[in-house]
Design a protein around this ligand. Structure first.
Ligand code: DQA
Length: 146
């Protein structure tokens, strides 16, 4: 069984009502329930916090516990060297996800301190970015069924 953490940063608890023209109408809880059903062979560990240090503590706790991490750090993507350092430090592969296309928005969203520490990044594909990131880990880490 693969253990994948889905880690969401600040304001992503407000998905569903937060700027729906950018982030859509789906709540995070609803989407994550569907995601769990979509990947029956993966144990998804979902965590959200609005607090930078809590996100860092959670990433530390993933060491030796998770096979991979899907991280949407929200606005901390663009500001937090501490979170980027945590991604480098833990030795667990991380895929960065953004629901919106951060490169098509304000200039301050074009910098990610996290991207270069990650296996890869998915941006602008809506909530399905999370599913695509989990699928990456399934393909990379689970042996193919014969
Ligand atoms: C986001 C993009 C960030 O710039 C923003 O601060 C968010 C959400 C996204 O998923 O598109 O909170 O990470």
């Amino acid at each position: 069984m693969l253990h994948i953490a889905i880690v969401n940063g600040p304001n992503l608890n407000l998905l569903g009502t937060r700027e729906p023209e950018i982030y859509g109408h789906q709540t995070l809880d609803h989407y994550l329930k569907q995601l769990t059903k979509r990947f029956p062979l993966v144990h998804l560990h979902c965590y959200q916090s609005n607090v930078e240090g809590e996100l860092i503590n959670y990433l530390h706790n993933c060491m030796g516990m998770m096979n991979g991490i899907v991280l949407n750090a929200g606005a901390y993507t663009h500001t937090s060297i501490a979170l980027a350092d945590a991604v480098s430090a833990i030795g667990v592969p991380v895929v960065e996800v953004h629901i919106s296309n951060v490169l098509a928005r304000e200039d301050y969203r074009k910098t990610s301190f996290i991207s270069s520490k990650c296996k890869g990044s998915i941006s602008g594909l809506g909530m399905d970015g999370y599913a695509l990131a989990v699928q990456y880990f399934v393909d990379a880490l689970l042996p193919p069924a014969v």
